[in-house]
Design a protein around this ligand. Structure first.
Ligand code: UTP
Length: 225
């Protein structure tokens, strides 16, 4: 069996602006599928936030808003599935068991969110645990974890490695971390810790991801101690 990798793709890749990006990602994952089996989790991005803020202003409750976010992330997942054509499991699995069954087909699997009350990062960690992934890559719009917001502080420096403990304490003081909650959240960290998942936060860029999949230390590695 090929080693499995789990990749959380930031919702920002599924923006309205650019149709080329997804096609590039599809080609990239087909190429990578020769050496590993990609299991991909699509984020909800701006479109999810747009729907959520509309529905919130109409008074919808929080779990309903989460379900809306999940639906959008599944639509994003479908866009990537269509670009992957027959190389992909034909629809986004809706629960962990279905993700595992889909992975057993050997195809590339693309899913969105699964349960209300969590982020796609936490879901991706649970999926990595379930499919016994070799590595969990969180591909996002920053190139790793910084000691302060690199958009605000030009002297911010990037961690090559960061322990779960330190990341957790930074998440508690969200202001002190670039992108804050978006990079990883408490539930995701808990899962990474309990299953000792090899995890890396890195820039959503196919060249960088390819290097990382081949073992290069791109972005920031999350360490257990
Ligand atoms: P995310 O906020 O995780 O997507 O999901 P994102 O756009 O990828 O985030 P970035 O790009 O990393 O910043 C969108 C919303 O969908 C709901 C939540 O409300 C979340 O804020 N969701 C998603 C769930 O409730 N459960 C899931 O498993 C996934």
């Amino acid at each position: 069996m090929k080693k499995r990798i789990v990749v959380k793709l930031s919702g920002s890749l599924f923006g309205l602006e650019d149709m080329k990006t997804l096609k590039q990602y599809a080609e990239f994952f087909v190429k990578m599928s020769k050496v590993c089996q990609p299991i991909i989790i699509a984020g909800g991005g701006k479109i999810a936030r747009h729907y959520i803020s509309h529905a919130r202003s109409s008074g919808a409750d929080e779990s309903t808003l989460d379900e809306l976010g999940i639906e959008v992330s599944r639509l994003n997942a479908k866009l990537l599935i269509y670009a992957l054509q027959e190389k992909a499991y034909p629809h986004p699995p809706v629960n962990l068991k279905e993700v595992a069954n889909a992975a057993d087909t050997g195809l590339i699997v693309v899913t969105g969110g699964l349960h209300p009350g969590q982020s796609t990062n936490a879901t991706a960690a649970l999926i990595a645990e379930k499919v016994r992934a070799n590595t969990f890559f969180n591909a996002t719009d920053v190139d790793g974890v910084y000691d302060s917001d690199p958009n605000k502080n030009k002297n911010a420096s990037k961690f090559k490695k960061i322990s779960i403990k330190k990341l957790r304490s930074m998440l508690v003081h969200q202001d002190s971390i670039a992108g804050g909650y978006d990079l990883m959240d408490i539930v995701a960290l808990k899962v990474i810790e309990r299953s000792k998942l090899k995890t890396r936060i890195l820039k959503a860029d196919t060249k960088i991801l390819e290097k990382a999949i081949k073992g290069s230390p791109e972005g920031t590695e999350i360490t257990l101690v």
